[in-house]
Design a protein around this ligand. Structure first.
Ligand SMILES: N[C@@H](CCC(=O)N[C@@H](CS)C(=O)NCC(=O)O)C(=O)O
Length: 271
């Protein structure tokens, strides 16, 4: 891919807390993690690797200026991509379960044992991929006020739906333990500030006590967000906000040319 991709202008490396985490995993290692510091899909895998204490080599790439090493592994040239036992493994929605199976002796377990709860994790992982992620991109990319209002309404509806499915006590999706659904959703929640920064009216989650008849659901949502924000693996895989700004500016202006942005603009699924 040429150097001229319109989205290629990205800070070249992780900053802030994520910088130290990347640096601690600089040394060559059997498991290679091709990542982009800014990428919420890659952050899922990064969180899981950190949670489970799996040895890995962090390799920063710009997926809009794809190096041959990435394309050789994953012809779509997307991050995250892992090289495991000399084989490529990719697609963040299934990578968490892959890591559980490939590293069975590492804890904490991010997948529950119980078949019903495993079903629940898979259903809500799918919900995040098919509703929350596209909703995030459409809401952030909405240009006129009417569309913005509609997209906000729809997006908040998705957040309420997942909040209602959470264990009532929490703080995490399935209860006391941080798990796969939390990993899948946390990177997006950590980017919700983008709505307040770029969009009139902001994200729109009501403040404490202001949720009206939905206050209980919003309270559960707020509890989840607070717990996730404090999770070490989440905090230590985040960079400085100023470097995310140009990336999300392109989404907010509906100018992003990533495979994700183009697919959703064309009414297709998340690539
Ligand atoms: N479905 C993929 C999506 C990954 C993805 O879209 N990653 C973006 C960076 S956040 C990327 O590599 N984009 C490169 C491109 O659009 O060409 C996953 O979940 O792993």
């Amino acid at each position: 891919m040429s150097n001229n991709h319109p989205d290629a202008n990205i800070h070249p490396e992780a900053t802030g807390p994520a910088k130290a985490t990347a640096k601690a995993h600089f040394a060559p290692c059997d498991l290679q993690f091709y990542s982009g510091w800014f990428c919420p899909f890659a952050q899922r895998v990064w969180i899981a690797l950190e949670e489970k204490g799996i040895q890995y080599q962090y390799i920063e790439v710009n997926p809009y200026h794809k190096p041959k090493s990435l394309l050789d592994l994953n012809p779509r040239g997307l991050v995250p991509t892992l090289k495991w036992k000399d084989k490529p493994v990719y697609e963040s929605s299934v990578l968490i379960q892959f890591l559980e199976e490939a590293y069975p002796h590492h804890s904490p377990k991010l997948m529950p044992e119980d078949p019903y709860l495993r079903w629940k994790v898979r259903v809500w992982t799918d919900f995040i991929t098919t509703r929350i992620v596209p909703g995030f991109v459409r809401f952030l990319g909405a240009q006129d006020e009417k569309l913005l209002e509609e997209q906000r309404e729809e997006f908040l509806g998705h957040l309420k739906e997942i909040a209602k499915a959470m264990d009532p006590e929490g703080p995490f999706f399935l209860g006391r333990d941080f798990g796969a659904v939390d990993v899948m959703l946390a990177p997006w929640a950590m980017r919700f500030w983008a709505f307040d920064h770029f969009k009139k009216g902001g994200l729109g989650v009501p403040d404490k006590g202001k949720g009206g008849e939905d206050e209980e659901v919003w309270e559960r949502w707020r509890k989840w967000v607070e717990a996730v924000k404090e999770r070490r693996s989440v905090k230590e895989t985040m960079s400085e906000r100023e470097h995310y700004l140009p990336v999300y500016q392109r989404y907010a202006d509906d100018k992003a040319q990533s495979q994700l942005a183009k697919a959703l603009r064309a009414g297709k699924a998340v690539p």
